[in-house]
Design a protein around this ligand. Structure first.
Ligand code: 5GP
Ligand code: ZN
Length: 116
């Protein structure tokens, strides 16, 4: 996708603070961190959202989750973390390239969602 900012990050056309990369996924620090640890793990191949995935995406989806614990530990969240995937308008997704947020700290990160 030529006009996707996360595809451009994968290609190195937009700079990012890389945390990890392998054949399937790329991980980098969120530009506006909501907690001391705030990483994004994305598929290298463009997938618009979790609403778009199929069975052929199972390897990359598995990889996104399986790298998360090590990345959290290595980047300042040794005792757990929160993982979030926002999907579509209802989920509050702003960037239309699938991404897993990893949020962490040395202390609890707080409530999952604000109550109405
Ligand atoms: P969403 O709301 O789509 O789940 O989250 C998108 C996230 O991407 C936000 O937390 C936002 O700060 C982050 N983000 C948007 N543009 C960039 C960018 O150019 N670089 C980095 N590192 N993060 C970005
Ligand atoms: Zn993309």
């Amino acid at each position: 996708m030529t006009d996707c900012i996360f595809c451009k990050i994968v290609q190195g056309e937009i700079p990012s603070r890389k945390a990890f990369e392998d054949d399937l996924v790329y991980a980098f620090h969120d530009i506006h961190p909501l907690r001391p640890t705030h990483l994004l793990v994305i598929p290298k191949r463009h997938i618009a959202s979790l609403a778009e995935v199929g069975a052929e995406d199972e390897p990359v989806l598995g990889r996104m989750l399986s790298v998360a614990p090590r990345l959290a530990k290595e980047h300042g969240s040794p005792n757990g973390f929160r993982s979030i995937i926002n999907t579509g308008q209802v989920g509050g997704q702003e960037v239309a390239h699938l991404h897993l947020h990893i949020l962490g700290d040395t202390k609890p990160v707080g409530p999952m969602l604000e109550r109405d």
